[in-house]
Design a binder for this molecule. Structure first.
Ligand code: SF4
Length: 236
């Protein structure tokens, strides 16, 4: 039996450099293999996404801007700038390669799904150590380190583990259990169920065109999805 003890940085396990050659055109082509992607405003892309199940993965969106999270949930669309779209696809390719590489170990499970009540999450990698399941999250994108840590702490709590690992391209960080981690998910659920968008201190960002279109608009709670079966563009 061959076991993984501590995960290694992404780029020490797999080839990384070539993903930097992925541009917008090839990233779009790759993403469209899985999703119906639309450019809904100049430079803003969208695909259908289910925000109704509360997941630790929403912590990144919430940390970026609670108002944007609310808009995405109300539209039922994941919104991406060109830069984020390219980063998403580059990250997915690295995830797939890394997960394939580490599942040669007998104590590693990739894409581990955990579901408790209304909470659902898919953990990139879980390392079994005796009876303990240790979550490992691979991070290649632009979200802040604090959001990464809080997301992992939610997974640690969901698995009842004592620690987990954040694995970056060039380093690995150990993160300890934080008992209040799931409280943040309750706050996220409160935000996405609000009838009107939450007040935020807007710092202005690449999504300003989306927010301008929707500012002052009191969107009705339903429908949550605006892309019809024919894939027509949502009106925003
Ligand atoms: S423009 Fe302002 S409100 Fe809109 S997503 Fe960016 S920071 Fe949030």
């Amino acid at each position: 039996m061959v076991e993984l003890i501590v995960p290694r940085p992404i780029c020490s396990v797999i080839k990384c450099d070539d993903v930097n050659n992925i541009d917008l055109k090839s990233a779009l082509k790759e993403l469209e293999r899985e999703h119906d992607v639309h450019e809904i405003l100049p430079g803003i892309y969208a695909y259908k996404y289910d925000f109704n199940r509360i997941s630790p993965s929403l912590i990144n969106d919430y940390s970026f801007c609670p108002r944007l999270l609310w808009i995405q949930q109300r539209l039922g669309l994941k919104l991406l700038t060109e830069r984020l779209l390219v980063a998403l696809v580059r990250g997915r390719i690295l995830h797939q390669r890394y997960e394939r590489a580490v599942t040669v170990y007998d104590n590693v499970i990739a894409e581990y799904r955990v579901e408790i009540g209304n909470l659902v999450g898919v953990i990139d990698v879980v390392v079994r150590r005796g009876r303990e399941y240790v979550p490992v999250e691979l991070k290649t994108g632009a979200a802040g380190r604090d959001a990464h840590r809080r997301q992992l702490q939610a997974y640690i709590q969901l698995l009842g583990a004592s620690r987990g690992y954040l694995v970056y391209r060039d380093r690995v960080e150990i993160v300890r259990e934080e008992r209040s981690a799931l409280a943040l998910l309750a706050e996220i659920e409160r935000v996405v169920r609000m009838e009107s968008p939450p007040d935020v201190t807007c710092r202005g960002c690449a999504f300003i065109s989306v927010c301008r279109q929707l500012s002052g608009t009191r969107l009705s709670p339903a429908p949550r999805r605006t892309l019809g079966p024919s894939g027509e563009r949502p009106s925003m």
